[in-house]
Write a protein that binds this ligand. Structure first.
Ligand code: HEC
Length: 120
């Protein structure tokens, strides 16, 4: 009982100090250069690396092919591509059964979609 009060105070202090820790948000603008994003050089390699094992022509998961511009454009336009990689709750989270893509990959894909999915 002698230690109960000090222990209680200590744990309150610990809880408080944890709550006030600043949340470090990744700075997309600094971490990632999206000034020269090209579909072929920037976006397709991300998709090949992270999605190619399941979404390539041949036997694509869910019928979704992500190995060429024409097909990727469809899923970018309907919103499922971005919804799946940002895990917005409306689409199945992708990559399937794997960690979320890194901030820079998501920013790169987002940038390309916002630019109207140019093919270059
Ligand atoms: C290990 C295999 C695998 C990988 C890797 C994978 N997917 Fe999928 N993907 C699936 C499966 C399986 C489904 C169907 C999931 C479902 O319906 O629950 C799917 C569905 C989707 C859908 C449709 C989601 C919906 O709810 O309509 C999109 C879009 C998609 N994937 C994009 C991607 C993207 C982009 C990547 C890479 C960043 C990726 N996938 C990586 C297996 C995979």
């Amino acid at each position: 009982m002698k230690f109960f009060i000090p222990a209680l105070i200590l744990s309150c202090l610990l809880a408080l100090s944890c709550r006030h820790k600043p949340v470090i948000q990744p700075d997309i603008n600094n971490a990632c250069d999206t000034t020269n994003v090209s579909y072929r050089k920037s976006v397709q390699p991300i998709l090949n690396r992270n999605c190619g094992s399941c979404h390539s022509s041949g036997d694509p998961a869910h019928g979704i092919i992500l190995d060429n511009y024409k097909s990727v454009r469809i899923f970018a336009a309907e919103g499922s591509l971005y919804g799946a990689i940002t895990r917005n709750g409306e689409y199945a989270p992708m990559p399937y059964d794997a960690p979320k893509l890194d901030v820079c990959s998501i920013a790169t894909i987002h940038h390309r979609i916002m630019e109207g999915m140019k093919d270059n």
